[in-house]
Design a protein around this ligand. Structure first.
Ligand code: PMP
Length: 420
């Protein structure tokens, strides 16, 4: 199949920095689990707007809510003012998400992106504790601003940025040493030893499943041990649920399975459910030491995003149907990936995941990239992650049908065979 012409983007390449080189077509429409290029060619989307479209493209329920809101001249700006759209969202978030889980959080709108939520979390933790150091993990990804980069593991992402937050230190993520080193004992010793030179940290920031870092899945008992470490040593626990929240792992929050209650939680990506920028920083009420004006910005209260977010909560989080559907399909995806691993001539493939986020780790980034390229040529969008781009990441919309899941897994299997 011939690819669509991309001449406009090619000719301006020298003048424009544009993100998407992996998929050299011009997309025009999107619906459910598919994107369409301007030639009308469909692509099954197992990238889902980098995890921002858990309910699929132009989800009809969310679209109806947005169209009705716009038809009534609803407020469209993004200031953090009091609006009916915001009130409705806060009420839905409280009754559909926080109350049923007995989570005590206060809700803050930190700005439009996941990075903004992480920045707010870091600032709040430092302010509340009066300490500066933040601990994060090997292969973590938390954003591209100077603060969030400082707690990002992959040093290539920091290249050229110079000094970020100086007070950041790293711990090995779960499985880093394959169980050969006790998880937190060494860190605890450093905390307790006045000679270690370690400033007592304000907080630890963690993803329960590292998305950009290669779909590294933390065990529930490891997360519980981490929460316990934080409690015993008076460090705030921040869970960055920007990518794994909003049902990606099955539960609304990815940390629910471990039974932990972080002090601070970041959410973004799929919270609006429509690909509209929106983020939340949640924190225990007693941490609310923000002064007016200490964390403001023009786009902190995206009203159209509140409207679609409310519709998504009403449609998908008033009962357990989506959660159960996601958890039920995890096994289906895992089995298909394990079969694929068995079939692969070069083997050595690792399969990791939870809910509807899965990673297939190849020996190197070239092979993973070749698989993604072949998948794209045959109608499936996939992205790589991991420190060397060696992990093919599957992030289908949670609303994908079983047929769509099977179709995507079939294209993936053929792409793996094609590149063997
Ligand atoms: N935290 C995590 C865990 C992420 O996956 C991302 C984005 N990939 C971010 C933060 C940053 O979010 P954004 O790109 O919206 O700034």
């Amino acid at each position: 199949t011939e690819l669509a012409p991309t001449s406009v983007f090619e000719t301006v390449e020298s003048e424009v920095r544009s993100y998407c080189r992996a998929w050299p077509v011009v997309f025009e429409r999107a619906s459910g689990s598919r994107l369409y290029d301007e030639q009308g060619r469909p692509y099954l989307d197992f990238f889902a707007g980098a995890g921002s479209l858990n309910y699929g493209h132009n989800n009809p329920v969310l679209k109806r809510a947005l169209l009705d809101y716009l038809a009534d001249d609803g407020v469209t700006h993004g200031l953090d003012m009091s609006t009916t759209a915001k009130r409705d969202f806060l009420e839905a978030f409280r009754s559909a998400v926080l109350e049923p889980r007995a989570l005590p959080y206060k809700v803050m709108f930190p700005g439009p992106t996941g990075t903004n939520a992480v920045e707010a979390a870091l600032k709040l933790a430092r302010k509340v504790t009066g300490r500066e150091t933040v601990v994060s993990f090997t292969n973590a990804f938390h954003g591209m601003s100077l603060g969030s980069l400082a707690v990002t593991g992959n040093s290539a992402k920091r290249a050229g940025a110079g000094v970020t937050l100086p007070n950041a230190t790293r711990m090995p993520f779960d499985h880093y040493f394959d169980g050969q080193v006790p998880d937190f004992l060494w860190f605890e010793r450093l905390l307790e030893d006045p000679g270690s030179g370690l400033d007592h940290p304000a907080a630890v920031i963690v993803e329960t499943v590292q998305g950009e870092g290669g779909i590294n899945v933390a065990r529930a008992e490891w997360l519980r041990a981490l929460a316990d470490l934080c409690r015993r040593h008076d460090m705030l626990l921040i869970v960055d649920d920007v990518q794994m929240g909003c049902g990606r792992t099955g539960d609304f929050f990815s940390f629910e399975e471990a039974g932990i209650t972080p002090d601070i939680v970041t959410l973004s990506k799929s919270i609006s459910g429509y690909g509209l920028p929106m983020a939340l920083c949640l924190f225990r009420p007693e941490l609310d030491l923000w002064e007016p004006g200490e964390h403001n910005g023009t786009f902190r209260g995206n009203n159209p995003a509140f409207v679609t977010a409310t519709a998504a909560l009403d449609a998908y989080w008033r009962d357990d149907a989506l959660r159960e559907r996601t958890l039920g399909r995890a096994g289906r995806v895992e089995r298909a990936l394990l079969d694929l691993r068995g079939d692969d001539g070069r083997s050595g493939l690792a399969v990791r995941g939870r809910g509807l986020v899965w990673g297939l780790e190849f020996a190197d980034g070239e092979r993973a990239e070749a698989v993604c390229r072949r998948a794209f040529e045959t109608g499936l969008l996939l992205e790589t992650s991991g420190p060397h781009g060696e992990v093919v990441k599957l992030l289908p919309p949670l609303t994908a049908t079983d047929d769509e899941l099977d179709e995507g897994l079939g294209i993936l299997a053929r792409s793996v065979r094609h590149t063997a």
